[in-house]
Design a protein around this ligand. Structure first.
Ligand code: MN
Length: 157
């Protein structure tokens, strides 16, 4: 009887910690306020933008935080002066047109070269939190294009 109780206790504990880990992996730790939802014509799914450094003539650098819910992604777009992404939590994708989709995750730094068509967003199951840095804003910030289709988003590379 005593060993049965111990067994039930260990099983229950194991199950609870497994559930805890699953929740942990799907959740993203927020650093900044969630911000405002990106418009439907520029993002598929729910993406939230929070501005950190606005455009001005002294720094000419735009900095902000985006949280993508699982499955959410930007439309295809270019940045006239390029863009740097710093992934602060979660898992997602970045794809440059004509190249395979690349998995990006917490701790990664991604350089999107100037005038290069690309998209970025969360993975299917885990959200993505990224800080974006757009330098030399006097050259422009972003040129938006078409949405990333489900076929392109889900393609196994
Ligand atoms: Mn970009």
């Amino acid at each position: 009887m005593k060993s049965l109780i111990v067994f039930v206790f260990i099983s229950t504990f194991g199950l609870l910690s497994a559930i805890g880990q699953e929740e942990q992996s799907a959740k993203v730790d927020f650093i900044f306020p969630k911000g405002n939802r990106g418009p439907e014509n520029l993002f598929t799914g729910n993406a939230f933008n929070y501005s950190l450094v606005g455009i001005d003539s002294t720094y000419t650098t735009l900095v902000g935080n985006v949280y993508f819910e699982p499955g959410a992604r930007s439309n295809w777009h270019t940045h006239p002066a390029g863009q740097i992404l710093i992934i602060t939590d979660g898992v997602g994708y970045h794809q440059i047109e004509g190249q395979p989709k690349r998995v990006i995750k917490k701790g990664d730094v991604v350089k999107c070269p100037p005038n290069t068509k690309h998209w970025h967003g969360a993975s299917e199951d885990v959200g993505l939190q990224q800080i974006y840095i757009v330098p030399n804003t006097e050259n422009g910030v972003v040129n938006w294009m078409e949405a990333v289709t489900d076929q392109v988003y889900s393609k196994k590379e």
